[in-house]
Structures are given as C-alpha cells and as structure tokens.
Write a protein that binds this ligand. Structure first.
Ligand SMILES: NC(=O)c1ccc[n+]([C@@H]2O[C@H](COP(=O)([O-])OP(=O)(O)OC[C@H]3O[C@@H](n4cnc5c(N)ncnc54)[C@H](O)[C@@H]3O)[C@@H](O)[C@H]2O)c1
Length: 347
C-alpha cells in the first residue's frame, strides 16, 4: 500500500512529528514549513525532503500531502488547523488546541465540516506510565476514585519559544492553558469532565514574564471525585508531571519522567503479605509522539473515530481557562457554560 504523505508546520516540536512519520510504516514526511528559512533549509537537507516553504498555504496546496501536523506556536493553531481541514487534510494539532474558546469553536466547526480526521496531540495520554495507570484504574484494581492530582512543573527560562512567543506581553500566553493543559487533560481522561473549579495563582519566579507563573486549581469531577492540578513554569527543577490517583481500594503514583510507577492496592498488599507499594517498570517517554502519530494513522487507515478530537481538545482548554478565570476573580467557576460554547457548534 502506498504510504500517506505528511507535512509539518513548525519545526521544533514538529521535528518529533517528522521523526514519527518517518518511523511509521504507513507514512512518509514529504513537506515542511517554517518561517525560519535557515532552519527550514537545514531540516530539508538533513531529512532529504522533496519540498519546503516558509508559507503554510503553499504546503496545504500540495495535493499529495494527506496528513498535516500543526506544531506552530499556540496562537496560530486556529488559522493553521482551519486552513488545513478546509484543504481536506487530516490534521494532528499540537496541544493546547488553542488559547481561547472562540478559536476552539472555529476548529470544532472546521473539523465537523471536514470528512478528514482531526486529533489534538495531548501526548501525556501516550506516556507509558500514565497509560498503564489508566489501565489499572479501569480494571478496578484501586476501587472507586475519590481524589486525583497532577502537576506540570517546568522551568521555562530555557524555553521562551522562537522569538520569545511564550513571554510576549502583546500576546500573553497563559501557562495554565499552554502547559497546564497536559495535567488537566490527564485528569479529564481519568476522571471525566470537571464540573467546577476554584484556583489561586501567583507570580514569584519569572518576574520578567507578563503572566502568573504558578497556578493551583481544585476541580470537582463527576461522581464526587476531587481533583487538584498544580502548574509552574518558573520552578527550579527538571520537568515532570508528578501525579497521584487515590481510589477506595488502592493508590497509584505515576509521572512521565521516571522508569516506574508505584501501585499499592488491597489485593497487592494481601498477596504480597505487606503494606507497601509495588514498583512497576515502564519505559520513560514524556513526549511519546511516535505512539501519538501511530494511533492517529491507525484511526485514519481504519476509518475509526479519534478519541482525542476537537471537542476533547476544547474541553481541556475550557477546563484550564475556567481555572485562570477563577484565580483572577477569586470565585468558583462552573464549567458547563464554557463547554456550551463549542458543544452548541457540534449540535
Ligand atoms: N506536546 C508537548 O509536550 C509539547 C512540547 C513543546 C511544545 N508543544 C507545542 O508545540 C507548539 C510549538 O512549540 P515549540 O516549543 O516547538 O515552539 P518553538 O518556538 O520552539 O518552535 C516553533 C517553530 O514554529 C515556527 N513558526 C512560528 N510561526 C510560524 C508560522 N506562522 N508558520 C510556520 N512556522 C512558524 C518557528 O520559526 C519555530 O521554528 C506549541 O503549540 C507548543 O505548545 C508541545
């Protein structure tokens, strides 16, 4: 079978997509786009790609390109995704889907009109530690969830983005949406769509950035499950997403940067004859784009719905945005009215 041809917009995180399309037996990267001409030429030469442009519209006009990865800075996602979907391409968009609900709505609408597939790349769902934790939770091993927590701890001093877009005061990028979306999406995946949030934020670590650099949000999930997400982009520590899932019959401690997860459950403790955590080895892959791409390609080839569709991406953005609003207003924020903005679009 002929390989599907892939194009990539944005060549930093996008390079992981390029590599994943190269490794996937069903795809072949053929076209790239980046506004940085020097980088564009360098990548084209290194990967011996037939086609490159600084204008994404030219990439989208290539008939042979069937899948497009949108890995440009967050505030271009709407423009690039809507244009790619309108051009009939299957689209894999980097997280977060967008920074505003209006942009999410536009992407949901374009995805609904298109016959092509759309996926939001919430890559934490492919992190081996988290996918194993989810499997264990779904098996009932730790009973009924009552508290879930996750965090996104990163030092952005080393990652302002090309041209410093992550700290641009003219286009403030809320870290809780941009990075915190990983932890919020993980909890949504495990505990469902939050119904309410209350949050606090502060700004102590990155005084020269135009946004609060830390935020902590409490969430109420369906089924009376409590949740907490902490996000810091100025902490002094290596990157991680430390997470804990508490159930009535056990507890899982997991992250995306350690070679093991920990499980304590009634069943395990009885079997082992001790009250302790079992250590379960996993491969470490905080950015498992290879599996993310493999899943998307599989959905396309088998004509299956994509679990992480535009609505899923929008719900994660809405859940993050609600916490940002709560922190700034000092009051609880209900999620349903925010979900309505794009669910109406879907109806
Ligand atoms: N999944 C993850 O864990 C993860 C990690 C990092 C970044 N991201 C996401 O990936 C996206 C890109 O982030 P990054 O860290 O690679 O940023 P970056 O700034 O390091 O790289 C972005 C690249 O896009 C290019 N670019 C900018 N505007 C463009 C345009 N209009 N058209 C084409 N190219 C353009 C830049 O020249 C640059 O090479 C963001 O949405 C970010 O949130 C996701």
């Amino acid at each position: 079978m002929e390989k599907m041809k892939a194009g990539i917009i944005g060549l930093h995180m996008g390079l992981a997509h390029l590599e994943a399309y190269l490794k996937n037996p069903h795809t072949q990267p053929v076209a790239i786009c980046d506004i940085n001409e020097e980088l564009l030429k360098e990548v084209q030469k290194k990967y011996e790609l037939p086609w490159a442009s600084t204008d994404y519209r030219e990439l989208l006009s290539r008939k042979e390109v069937q899948i497009v990865s949108v890995a440009s800075p967050d505030f271009y996602h709407k423009e690039h995704c809507v244009a790619a979907l309108s051009a009939g391409k299957h689209v894999l968009c980097e997280k977060p889907l967008a920074l505003t609900l209006e942009d999410c709505q536009a992407i949901v609408s374009a995805a609904r009109k298109s016959t092509a597939s759309f996926m939001i790349g919430q890559v934490a769902r492919f992190s081996p530690g988290f996918s194993l934790a989810k499997k264990i939770i779904d098996s009932g091993e730790i009973g009924e969830l009552f508290f879930v927590e996750s965090e996104y701890a990163h030092d952005y001093r080393v990652a302002p983005g090309a041209g410093g877009w992550r700290k641009d005061p003219k286009r403030p990028r809320e870290p809780f949406i941009g990075g915190g979306c990983h932890a919020v999406d993980l909890l949504r995946w495990i505990a469902g769509d939050p119904v309410e949030t209350f949050a606090y934020a502060n700004h102590k670590c990155l005084p020269d950035w135009p946004v609060n650099d830390a935020l902590i949000a409490l969430y109420k999930f369906p089924g009376d499950i409590m949740g907490k997400v902490f996000c810091s982009i100025g902490c002094r520590r290596p990157y991680t997403m430390r997470s804990v899932f508490y159930g009535t019959r056990g507890t899982i401690i997991a992250d995306n940067t350690s070679p093991a997860i920990k499980l304590s459950s009634l069943r395990y403790c009885q079997q082992a004859g001790l009250y302790d955590f079992a250590t379960i080895p996993v491969t470490t892959a905080s950015h498992n784009v290879e599996q993310e791409v493999a899943y998307f390609v599989d959905c396309i080839l088998n004509n299956q719905p994509v679990a992480m569709d535009a609505i899923e991406g929008s719900k994660t953005v809405a859940s993050c945005l609600a916490a940002v609003i709560s922190a700034s207003k000092g009051e609880k924020v209900a999620l349903q009215p925010l979900y309505q903005t794009f669910l109406q679009e879907e109806a």
